[in-house]
Design a protein. Structure first.
Length: 185
């Protein structure tokens, strides 16, 4: 099967609360296999009850977890989006919890998830930018974000510490239809 056909075979939609049994094992896998890539820890997250997990799953236009499902309904990847809260911050959103299971990597899943979130962001009133952080050693993720128009605006040294080792994070942003630093008013 052609790569485009494989990429297009995934169904993108929001993860629902009643799908916590699909979502949570994939989230825990992400935290356990790549602890340097997430602010949350496997150790604390694995102690959450399923009712707590369900409460964390939202399905709002500005607060959701986008899932990539295989045609047979398995969750292959995910990417969270949340709009900032507060009058002076509502022009920004952020991406969190990006993960694609190893069996589905290389099929364009993360790119499709990111494209979908950026497209949805266009339709959120007054949303001007989307931010994210990525560990600097994750070259493929940085290439993905840069390829979709994200720009690095800073490096936080030792942003995360795992097993006594510090990991730097690149802070990146995507701007909608506006040059950064210019005030249109």
């Amino acid at each position: 099967m052609r790569r485009d056909a494989v990429r297009d075979s995934y169904i993108l939609r929001n993860i629902e609360r009643d799908e916590s049994d699909l979502y949570w094992p994939l989230r825990l896998e992400a935290l356990q296999t790549h602890p340097e890539a997430f602010g949350a820890s496997y150790e604390l997250s694995s102690q959450l009850s399923m009712s707590e997990v369900k409460e964390r799953i939202h399905n709002e236009p500005d607060d959701y977890i986008l899932g990539a499902y295989t045609p047979d309904g398995k969750l292959a990847g995910m990417m969270g989006f949340k709009r900032e809260y507060g009058l002076k911050l509502r022009h920004k959103g952020f991406i969190w919890g990006v993960y694609v299971s190893p069996a589905h990597r290389g099929n364009g899943v993360a790119s499709r998830l990111l494209s979908e979130i950026l497209e949805r962001g266009k339709h959120l009133e007054n949303l001007k930018q989307i931010n994210l952080s990525v560990v600097t050693t994750n070259a493929s993720a940085k290439r993905l974000y840069e390829g979709h128009g994200f720009e690095a605006y800073g490096i936080e040294r030792n942003a995360l510490e795992v097993g006594g080792q510090g990991y730097d994070e690149a802070h990146m942003t995507y701007f909608y239809n506006e040059k950064p630093g210019l005030n249109p008013n």
